[in-house]
Design a protein around this ligand. Structure first.
Ligand code: IVH
Length: 675
């Protein structure tokens, strides 16, 4: 191979891997499996080793992570956040062990840990209090995500143990349990939002959300795996983990202290199968030399410690044949293409179907019927087609042409500009949409109707009893028909009718959420209810008026306007009004002490001598002011006490927001009152 050809190959690899790094770290949307990525990176590293003069100074082989997301304050890491060398087979591990023994002799222990598949986090404790939580970022500096991390129940805000040093930094992994992922992702899909590919992406998407209240609704968890202190009282990693555990941190109970590489391999083999029974994903095992003195002796390379390594399990992958593509229609009319595969065994289960997400994914794969495809269990949950094996494509194979008409009702599908998903617009006549809408309406988070379940809705719809949400409230008129339903006795009928009657007490925001307007989830419904006060105002609101409401963007506003432009929707609402459902908010009458702070917004942060934060909050609200959850361009004043987080201060300063004391706040209230 000529030098210029080698250079060309290296440049292409740098470009490709940089893009993959960006997709993975910044967008949290990887388009390549870890194994493939590591293989390519290793190939590039080999080429650079053989041709050092041709190496790119910005090569991804030199980088530890990804770019910084702009919206958060960037904080440098006191100790760089390194990555680990990866191995995929026993020989690599034995080589690692050999290198260690050459450097420090035969007297040492390893700590074996699970390699959690989430995102790493650095937590700084100052005076026993959680001061800051920072993502890995590019390894030298990351994003301050303290307020989001504070929502994680297993991360202590304050250390209770007197044994703990007052200042330390601690590292761990944040992740989402598989069960929570499945539940929340299904809810996203129901709302017509693009689902996350796996729990790791969901966790990293969540930790970078701007509103920590939203974060709190998505249960995250974390494990701690490393402690840094200036004055380390421990002689080894194992002891530090035991201590950290006793200070109230979540340390994985599966960690093991072992004596040699054979015991490490036993641990690896055990978890190779057993990992599927864990409630969270792991993608490998981490092995660390236990003694700190020996760790120090071994030192670091530019990217990773020499005293630790990871062993990665291969993502379960298998080849099979694409038989056909079918399409599912959800409650909002969103269409999801599904690959129907020749059944094949993968990680212990038979896989017959794989999700294709949307038309873009089908294009990306250049999918043809009869193609031989590689299927991977991404995050061990939803099988996914990684790529096609083009060598095995039949000559006359037919390219998958995205469906033009709804598979359920035949209506031509629509796809809005800039959107990935196709929709069936026939929401009044398309069976899965009709049933799905009613099922959503009665669900626990919406109207929570006791005695009426998803299956009953389906049966009643099949028997012509239910076609619209409003029909639920006239079911009582059909007692004879109800009595004729199989397995539906008088007790069930009475329960159901009582449940339906009770649901009339549900507040406006629940009814609004229950209507199932595309993109209007629980939080948005609440904001709309508060912002618009009643359904008539909402139904006649313009896009501009809607966007003026906190957290309502163009996409949601358009969807609302479109919803109310449909006469059938208006008719349904009128019928529900007649049934007695609540279509306006019950306003609590708040007596204001003064209206001096009306139109002014505040954030309170830190500790105050005279008043508690809650007392200050009450005072502000009693005088007409509004409390915001975070610092943004909409904020008028930051009321700062002692020990306020530096990130808040920095952000407020950057945005030129006046920072005032509690005294100035009181002055503001009283002076204005006197005047
Ligand atoms: S130790 C200097 N232990 O794997 C060593 N890392 O590529 C720091 N990870 O960024 C890492 N489980 O996000 C360590 N038990 C564990 C881990 C773990 C998952 C992640 C971590 C790190 C990456 C290394």
């Amino acid at each position: 191979m000529s030098l210029s050809a080698i250079k060309e190959e290296m440049d292409a690899l740098v470009l490709e891997l940089t893009q993959h790094n960006y997709n993975y770290y910044v967008l949290a949307m990887p388009t390549i499996g870890d194994y493939e990525f590591d293989k390519k990176l290793k190939h590039l590293a080999d080429l650079e080793k053989q041709n050092p003069d041709l190496a790119d100074p910005n090569s991804p082989t030199l980088r530890v992570g990804g770019d910084i997301t702009k919206n958060f304050v960037t904080v440098p890491h006191k100790y760089p956040m390194l990555s680990l060398g990866n191995t995929y087979n026993e020989q690599d591990l034995r080589d690692f062990d050999e290198r260690i023994r050459k450097a420090i002799g035969n007297q040492f222990e390893y700590v074996c840990e699970l390699k959690f598949d989430g995102l790493s986090i650095s937590l700084t404790y100052d005076n026993g209090k959680l001061l800051r939580a920072v993502t890995r970022g590019d390894g030298t500096k990351g994003d301050d995500v303290t307020s989001n991390v504070k929502t994680i129940h297993t991360i202590p805000h304050q250390i209770k143990s007197t044994q703990a040093p007052s200042n330390f930094e601690i590292r761990g992994e944040i992740f989402m349990h598989k069960a929570a992922f499945l539940k929340l992702n299904a809810a996203r899909e129901e709302l017509g939002e693009i689902p996350y590919a796996n729990p790791r992406n969901f966790a990293s998407g969540t930790i970078k959300m701007q509103d920590s209240k939203e974060v709190a609704k998505r249960p995250l968890d974390g494990f701690i795996y490393f402690l840094y202190t200036d004055k380390n009282d421990f002689r080894n990693h194992w002891d530090s983990l035991q201590a950290v555990n006793s200070w109230g941190f979540h340390v994985c109970e599966h960690n093991r202290l072992v004596n040699n590489i054979d015991e490490v391999l036993d641990f690896i083999h055990y978890w190779e199968n057993e990992r599927h029974n864990l409630s969270y994903d792991i993608d490998g095992i981490v092995i660390k030399v236990n003694s700190y003195a020996q760790q120090q002796e071994l030192g670091f390379t530019a990217k990773s410690p020499r005293w630790a390594i990871s062993y990665k399990y291969k993502a379960a992958e298998v080849e099979t044949v694409l038989e056909k593509v079918t399409y599912q229609v959800g409650r909002t009319g969103a269409v999801t293409p599904v690959a129907n595969l020749k059944p094949v065994l993968l990680a212990g289960t038979t896989v017959k179907r794989a999700t294709l997400h949307n038309a873009n994914e089908i294009d990306r794969l250049d999918l043809h019927i009869g193609d031989t495809v590689f299927v991977e269990k991404g995050g061990e949950i939803i099988p996914k087609i990684i790529k096609v094996n083009p060598a095995k494509r039949q000559e006359n194979a037919r390219k998958v042409d995205y469906l033009r008409n709804c598979p359920e009702c035949g209506t031509p599908l629509v796809r809005k500009e800039g959107e990935a998903v196709h929709y069936c617009p026939n929401d009044e006549g398309c069976p899965p949409q009709i049933v799905g809408k009613m099922q959503h309406f009665i669900s626990r988070r919406a109207m929570n109707i006791d005695g009426l379940g998803d299956e009953t809705i389906e049966t009643f719809h099949r028997n012509g009893l239910l076609n619209h949400i409003s029909d639920i409230y006239t079911l009582y008129r059909n007692e004879t028909a109800l009595k004729g339903m199989e397995r539906f006795g008088q007790r069930s009928i009475d329960n159901m009718l009582a449940g339906i009657e009770k649901s009339k007490e549900m507040p406006f925001e629940k009814v609004l959420f229950g209507l199932g307007i595309r993109y209007v989830g629980e939080t948005v419904a609440k904001k709309l209810a508060i912002g618009m006060k009643n359904i008539d105002a909402l139904a006649s609101a313009t896009i501009e008026e809607l966007i003026a409401i906190d957290e309502i963007g163009q996409r949601i506003a358009e969807s609302i306007v479109e919803y109310f432009a449909n006469k059938e929707h208006i008719k349904q609402i009128e019928l529900l009004k007649i049934a007695g459902l609540s279509f306006e908010i019950e306003e609590k009458v708040i007596e204001l002490a003064s209206d001096r702070l009306i139109g002014k917004t505040f954030v309170i942060s830190g500790v105050f001598e005279t008043y508690s934060r809650d007392e200050l909050k009450e005072m502000i609200e009693a005088n007409g002011g509004k409390i915001l959850s975070g610092i943004s361009g909409k904020l008028n004043y930051l009321v700062a006490g002692d020990n306020m987080g530096p990130s808040k201060l920095e952000k407020a300063t950057k945005l030129n927001i006046p920072i005032i004391s509690d005294d100035s706040l009181l002055e503001m209230i009283n002076k204005e009152k006197d005047s």
